[in-house]
Design a protein around this ligand. Structure first.
Ligand SMILES: NC(=O)c1ccc[n+]([C@@H]2O[C@H](COP(=O)([O-])OP(=O)(O)OC[C@H]3O[C@@H](n4cnc5c(N)ncnc54)[C@H](OP(=O)(O)O)[C@@H]3O)[C@@H](O)[C@H]2O)c1
Length: 360
């Protein structure tokens, strides 16, 4: 099993590439474990598994109704000492066995205020307090406004502007009181952000949005980057049931190889190329897309990272497969760069989550 302690992979060996400083001294890990639709014991188990495997960023929301289950997982995670014997060194000498205790590290935690909790400043403050109680923590790394509008009001209503302004002001207050380390928004379009930037006292650290090769949102991401707002991309597989993984767009393998077939160096190069291709699972290419692609200027560039990605899975096998993207050599893989180039040129567009563009 992979573990956060492994240091010889291609991505994790540089702390600065695995995290983004979203606010002074608040470092957000770029690969997050999503928890939408996980509930009860299944949620607690999956979160504990994700932490064991190495995820250092857990994403939830008040509306997911699973923060208490996550709180349970966190408490168990923090109170169970990770103990390893020098069996792990595999030196075969039983007599020399000693126990080493490793300190558990609290993961980066992110949650969101639901539209129903955004109707007044007081409701937002109460919602923040409840999130902390459910997660069993004194303060949280990041809280976002989940959507740019409130519940039970037509998207076309002007009321949303005033409500989201008050809700954001309440988050600013909670941040100043030390209950939240960074604040942000989710599902905000450029005009929602421009409006927010015109009055906020504390700039949003994050905008969490749907983004994948079929919904790249390059203009929005470029706007966020230009304003120093980190983008967290959700639904990298298109959401529940992972429809993008079944789409020919993603699953077709690129057969073309540059060069090869001529013997000697070329044959070796071709063999290395094939091994490179086979090392990538479609799920991992989608996650790599999320870590590498951003605004238009990132097109064709496989060396610059952009934002973070949040992915959800229930089984140990899938959680591990997703985490292992951090161990891939995606800065140098020819297969990955060919695949991303093909995706850059495709114009098919598909959005899976509800579009908040209609919210006034
Ligand atoms: N801010 C927002 O409005 C918003 C909206 C949507 C999502 N999010 C956040 O983003 C997270 C991720 O998005 P998402 O849950 O919508 O969808 P997603 O991560 O794109 O896909 C989840 C689906 O993919 C499956 N899956 C996961 N790993 C797989 C693998 N390696 N191979 C095959 N299938 C795999 C999962 O199956 P199993 O679970 O059955 O294993 C699940 O059905 C959410 O959980 C949530 O935290 C935020």
């Amino acid at each position: 099993m992979s573990s956060s302690s492994s240091t010889n992979n291609n991505f994790n060996n540089n702390e600065r590439t695995t995290t983004i400083e979203i606010s002074p001294n608040v470092f957000m890990p770029r690969l997050a474990f999503g928890t939408y639709k996980l509930k009860g014991a299944q949620c607690t188990k999956a979160v504990k598994k994700a932490l064991e495997i190495g995820f250092e960023h857990i994403d939830t929301a008040s509306i997911y109704k699973n923060e208490s289950d996550i709180g349970e997982a966190l408490e168990e995670w923090m109170t169970t000492t990770k103990t390893a014997t020098n069996d792990d060194d595999d030196d075969g000498n039983d007599e020399k066995k000693t126990k080493k205790n490793f300190e558990r590290k609290m993961p980066f935690l992110a949650s969101k205020i639901a539209p129903a909790e955004m109707h007044s400043k007081l409701l937002v403050e109460q919602a923040v307090a409840k999130i902390l109680i459910r997660l069993r923590i004194p303060a949280i790394d990041l809280i976002m406004l989940h959507w740019p509008g409130v519940s039970k009001v037509s998207p076309a209503s002007e009321i949303h502007k005033e409500k989201r302004k008050d809700a954001y002001r309440a988050l600013e207050k909670c941040l100043k009181e030390g209950k939240i380390r960074a604040i942000g928004v989710s599902n905000y379009h450029v005009r929602h952000l421009e409006e927010l930037l015109s009055y906020c006292e504390i700039k949003p650290s994050v905008n969490q949005i749907e983004a994948h090769p079929m919904w790249p949102q390059e203009d929005l991401i470029e706007f966020c980057e230009s304003r120093g707002i980190a983008v967290v991309k959700y639904s990298p597989f298109g959401g529940g049931g992972a429809p993008l993984l079944d789409d020919a767009f993603v699953s077709t393998r690129e057969e073309e190889k540059e060069g090869g077939g001529g013997g000697g160096d070329e044959e070796r190069e071709l063999a290395a190329d094939i091994a490179d291709d086979q090392a990538w699972k479609p799920s991992q290419i989608l996650l790599a897309w999320g870590l590498l692609r951003g605004g238009r200027k990132n097109r064709g560039n496989s060396k610059t990272l952009c934002g973070a990605v949040v992915v959800k899975a229930s089984s140990e096998e899938r959680i591990l497969e997703n985490y292992e993207v951090l161990e891939k050599d995606f800065f140098n893989s020819k297969y990955l760069s060919r695949k991303l180039k093909v995706w850059d040129s495709v114009e098919t567009r598909k959005k899976f989550a509800w579009d908040s563009d209609c919210v006034k």
